[in-house]
Design a protein around this ligand. Structure first.
Ligand code: FAD
Length: 446
């Protein structure tokens, strides 16, 4: 081990366990400085007119960073939080400390790739490590450029070839020491402490029926809460019933609720799968446990789609050259965001989302379809609203699901329209969901 100082840049991998990029950074360096960048762009307005990262996501992120700092400090390291565009603050930090190398996870989305390109343009050596999928893309029975066009074909090839993920890596017991930071320019590190919002307290009182109550310790951001949740979820028989309950709309137990931790990288999918396999060994495999694996494969599919198509997934037409350019109606879009379209089921969903940062998979499909097919709006505006609001916002899964519903992904069957009346009759037959979230005269948050 040399004396080289390496900057380890945490991105959507806010954990120490099963973090291949971190292992890579620690292996070669004499000193490692763990860093997180708060890019002001996350708080700036999008082209659609709202802040890019809303209060729920900010609070969950703050909890995850606080947790990460504590686990690093237990290993005599620490998390340095910087405020600024990574392409500017990381080179400035490197210059101040005499570092030349940055190691981080690879993210195959355009803006995240541009961030890495900016570091390289500033003269840094950057090593990126792919680690956010369950399966290693290099271990698939096809080159990622030949990813099957439909999910079912992908799953069948994976299953028939018996592709399995590697076992998760243990968290390092010790990290190479941090360099002294006393000489750092205060301006570089100012204002990056706990950035959670007062909504944490307000939410706790108002939305006790939230399906992901992120203000409660059991649902807090960060690796320790993630591992505790995984242990709790897989200890009981909820996984066995997952297939039957997964289309539920409300409650903490109808689906696994792994997604917020997977999205921030506090939980690695390989750790989640290992817990699922342990559960099967102890309590038996079932339709429910198979379906959890099935859904984790969907998550991978959208990641591999990004590796295959990259920026093309971000065009208005997506991958569908024949699709018309999306129409847009700003007033209808604003009504959708605020839950005042006049359709109680849709409004209930949109108010739940704005109030809690959570929406079930079923409601995500229904409201996305309504925006595109009933209100005639641009699917990219909807994706941006979800990005701002969802506590489990994940660039790959969000983009992939919106493209799929809009008929602009790889699926040759075209888009998916969900009839909102039929959906309400099937999934909210007693009207309890609409009564809870879209009661006349009651706005979420009242
Ligand atoms: P479970 O039902 O318990 O599933 C277990 C895990 O499988 C999930 O945690 C997730 O990692 C994965 N998974 C399940 N369904 C999907 C799916 N359709 N696509 C990809 N992975 C899936 N998921 C996100 O994590 N982040 C997003 O930003 C996101 N945006 C979405 C946007 C739209 C329009 C739609 C229709 C779906 C979106 N999803 C997104 C997928 C899905 O709704 C969530 O992953 C799921 O509801 C999370 O709840 P859970 O962890 O309880 O999932």
């Amino acid at each position: 081990m040399g004396s080289e100082l390496v900057i380890f840049w945490f991105r959507n991998d806010l954990r120490l366990g099963d973090n291949l990029a971190l292992v890579e950074a620690c292996g070669a360096a004499g000193r490692v400085l763990p860093v997180y960048c708060h890019d002001p762009a996350a708080e700036a307005s999008t082209r659609w007119g709202f802040a890019r990262r809303g209060p729920h996501r900010r609070a969950l992120l703050a909890a995850a960073l606080a947790d990460l700092d504590q686990t690093l400090r237990a290993r005599e390291s620490r998390l340095l939080q910087l405020r600024g565009v990574p392409g500017a603050v990381l080179p400035a930090l490197a210059r101040a400390l005499g570092a030349e190398r940055v190691v981080c996870e690879a993210i195959a989305a355009p803006e995240e790739e541009d961030e890495v390109a900016a570091l390289r343009a500033a003269g840094l050596r950057v090593k990126t490590v792919w680690q956010s999928s369950l399966l290693d893309p290099a271990g698939l029975p096809f080159a990622v450029a030949h990813l099957p066009k439909v999910f079912t074909a992908f799953r069948q090839v994976v299953e028939s070839a018996g592709v399995l993920p590697a076992a998760p890596l243990a968290a390092p017991e010790a990290l190479p020491p941090c360099p002294p930071l006393a000489s750092l320019d205060e301006a570089l590190i100012a204002g990056c402490g706990d950035r959670s919002e007062p909504v944490v307290e307000a939410g706790a009182e108002r939305f006790e029926e939230a399906s992901f109550p992120w203000w409660q310790p059991a649902f807090a951001g960060g690796e320790r809460a993630a591992l505790a949740h995984v242990a709790r979820y897989f200890a009981g028989d909820l996984p066995r019933h997952y297939k039957a309950t997964r289309n539920g709309l409300s409650g903490v137990d109808f689906s696994s609720k792994l997604s917020p931790w997977l999205a921030q990288g506090a939980l690695s999918p390989r750790v989640a799968l290992a817990a699922l396999r342990r559960h099967e060994a102890e309590q038996g495999a079932s339709d429910g446990t198979y379906w959890l694996w099935f859904e984790l494969l969907w998550r991978d599919y959208f990641r591999f789609l990004h590796l295959q198509h990259g920026r093309r997934l971000y065009r208005a037409r997506g991958l569908n050259e024949e699709a018309p350019m999306p129409a847009h109606d700003p007033a209808a879009f604003a009504a959708w965001c605020e839950g005042r379209t006049g359709h109680a089921f849709i409004d209930g969903g949109m108010r739940e989302l704005a109030a809690t940062g959570w929406l079930s998979n079923r409601m995500r499909q229904v409201v996305a379809s309504y925006l595109i097919y009933d209100l005639g709006c641009d699917w990219r505006a909807g994706a941006a609203w979800f990005e701002a609001q969802l506590v489990d916002y994940d660039v790959y899964s969000n983009q992939g699901n919106w493209l799929y519903i809009a008929g602009r992904g790889t699926d040759p069957r075209g888009g998916r329209r969900f009839d909102p009346d039929k959906q309400a009759a099937t999934y909210d037959a007693d009207g309890a969901y609409r009564a809870r979230w879209a009661e006349p005269g009651r706005r979420a948050g009242d």
